[in-house]
Design a protein around this ligand. Structure first.
Ligand SMILES: *Cc1c(COP(=O)(O)O)cnc(C)c1O
Length: 384
């Protein structure tokens, strides 16, 4: 008897039912061999329209590193939002799509020389800084550009904290704004990142309090800032419900309105929240084994060719074509490396080798991290 996909509430509470149904319909009609990543265009559009909606005076820049697939970027461009980039590769794709310079910012605090050269050639004029050396680099490559300082803020409760590699504390941030001005750059604002997949709404409160202190200190020193870039961090559902974007934005908007001048320009840089839950990975079960007491399931997408975030703590939800009864599994990828283990102690129906396994909410930080390690090619992305 042919196995079936058993869709229940535990799945539709994670990914939209319409997204799952579209993926299943694609599977029925397509001959394409897995693994591949499906992106639901309607879901992505809905996310783009919802982000920034509840923050006054805001402008949205999609963080390209979450998924730089060219068809996705085309779609996002057509929706009228901007892009946040870090490298010449990302800038190259956007240039090939004819994205205007006013739609591009770079919030990478430490930029490569090659990127700076190209960005200044393309007229990109908004850059994050968090060191004096970076200000010197910008002075050389993009004199008179706009800079915003990356302020250190708590990343508690974010599943992918980013706080240590970048950002400075208040005193240093204040001096950097002064230094930028002295070097004839245009210090326009402040940025922070609360951490990726941030499910703790208070991180934004703390961050905004701190940004306000810096804003006032700059003003006292003769620098009138005009822009606040609240970074990314909006969460999506992987295995459980999370605080929704509307709630986060209403809270953020209220705090900004209370604390900052009314004409403050707000930038938002969502990555994960734009593409994450629009994506479903389609993979095939390529093996099963019992090792010691564990039941192992091997699929054709793993840590190296798409599921890198699983080793950093992101857990996914799965739908598998299989029997009625759930069993406890260890889920592993296809490579010959023992690091390539995606998940442990997950309960799933038992599939046959050759059956399909879907990975929900997998549109962000999957393909963009993928390598061809061990000869497994990077899965294709298909918009549906
Ligand atoms: C990665 C990144 C983002 C996007 O973060 P998400 O958590 O995916 O929303 C935004 N801004 C900067 C500077 C980043 O590095």
């Amino acid at each position: 008897m042919k196995d079936r996909f058993r869709i229940d509430k535990s799945h539709t509470e994670i990914a939209a039912k319409s997204t799952i149904q579209k993926a299943l319909k694609f599977l029925k009609t397509s001959e394409l061999e897995p693994p591949y990543l499906l992106i639901d265009k309607a879901k992505l559009k809905q996310k783009v329209y919802s982000i920034g909606k509840n923050i006054r005076n805001s402008k949205v820049f999609y963080a390209v590193k979450a998924n730089p697939d060219i068809e996705i970027l085309k779609l996002i461009k057509s929706l009228g939002i901007g892009f946040e980039i870090a490298s010449e590769g990302e800038l190259n794709i956007l240039s090939s799509l004819g994205v205007g310079r006013e739609m591009i910012i770079s919030s990478n605090p430490i930029k490569s020389f090659r990127f700076l050269r190209m960005a200044s050639g393309c007229g990109v004029s908004y850059f994050a800084v968090d060191s004096e050396d970076e200000i010197e680099k910008l002075r050389e490559y993009s004199p008179n550009c706009n800079v915003y300082v990356r302020l250190s803020v708590p990343n508690e409760g974010s599943e992918w904290p980013l706080s240590k590699k970048f950002a400075v504390e208040l005193d240093e941030a204040e001096e950097l704004l002064m230094h930028a001005k002295k070097r004839k750059l245009n210090p326009v604002g402040i940025t922070f990142h609360v951490g990726s997949q941030c499910t703790n709404i208070y991180n934004w409160n703390t961050a905004l309090d701190k940004a306000k202190i810096l804003w006032d200190r700059a003003e006292k020193r003769g620098i009138r800032l005009s822009m606040l870039n609240i970074g990314g961090g909006y969460p999506i559902r992987y295995t459980k419900n999370v605080v929704n974007i509307t709630t986060i934005e209403k809270n953020v908007d209220k705090l900004i309105y209370e604390k900052f001048p009314k004409n403050t320009k707000i930038f938002i840089e969502p990555g994960r929240a734009v593409v994450g839950d629009a994506g479903i990975f389609v993979s095939k079960v390529i093996g099963k084994a019992k090792r010691a007491d564990e039941d192992w399931l091997y699929i054709d997408v793993g840590v190296f060719n798409g599921l890198m975030e699983s080793v950093g703590g992101i857990k996914y939800s799965y739908i598998v074509e299989g029997s009625r009864q759930n069993k406890k599994w260890t889920l592993a990828g296809p490579s010959c490396d023992s690091f390539d283990v995606i998940d442990k102690d997950i309960f799933l129906p038992e599939p046959k080798v050759g059956n399909i396994l879907l990975i929900l909410s997998s549109g962000a930080y999957t393909i963009s991290y993928a390598s061809e390690f061990n000869g497994f090619s990077i899965p294709k992305t298909i918009l549906i």
